[in-house]
Design a protein around this ligand. Structure first.
Ligand code: HEM
Length: 158
């Protein structure tokens, strides 16, 4: 497939991702299962998560350069939080509800890649939350996510 856009471009870049995480964390803070976990999050949390996902989706290094983050720093935020599978499932549900609410691209190819990434990342977050030490070296690379099996969005031939 020629000229395959990045997931970052397809979703609408940083503005679309920041809009998504803003609406999502509003829901999270009103949720009885997730409020206790997120009640002390920083004011910049929603943007940091949007920047992280954007970078993983092939966007500019807004998390590693703009926010002075790294993959290891992101992981360190989850260490020792003792997240449960029920909390993870609620996190997924609210994020996907938010995606529909704000009108994130809903084509089958994009949503397949989005769900695959979120399932992967959220399950690793739960695993890491049950550790006491960060398993990553400080210079571990950022994950990179792509379109997976479909290979790109469905674009009909002209
Ligand atoms: C793909 C999945 C995920 C990604 C990309 C992600 C990303 C991040 C990032 C970038 C931070 C650091 C924010 C900052 O610098 O302010 C963070 C912190 C955090 N994340 Fe995640 N996360 C994921 C899944 C989860 C899940 C499933 C949970 C809980 C159910 C969770 C709970 C938390 C908590 C509690 C913090 C710390 C909040 C605080 O500062 O008090 N994360 N996450």
């Amino acid at each position: 497939m020629k000229n395959v856009p990045t997931l970052y471009n397809w979703v609408g870049g940083n503005d679309a991702l920041e809009n998504l995480t803003r609406v999502f964390y509003d829901k999270v803070l009103k949720d009885e299962l997730l409020h206790p976990v997120f009640k002390s999050m920083s004011a910049a949390h929603t943007k940091h998560v949007a920047h992280f996902i954007g970078e993983v989706f092939g966007g500019p290094p807004l998390y590693t350069e703009g926010d002075e983050g790294s993959h290891a720093k992101m992981v360190s935020h989850h260490i020792g939080k003792l997240l449960t599978e029920a909390q993870r499932q609620r996190w997924m549900t609210l994020l996907l509800e938010s995606a529909d609410e704000v009108g994130v691209a809903d084509d089958p190819e994009f949503r397949s890649a989005l769900v695959a990434y979120l399932e992967w990342g959220s399950r690793i977050a739960v695993i890491n939350s049950n550790l006491t030490d960060n398993p990553l070296q400080h210079d571990a690379p950022m994950p990179q996510w792509g379109w997976g099996v479909p290979g790109g969005p469905y674009i009909p031939e002209p």
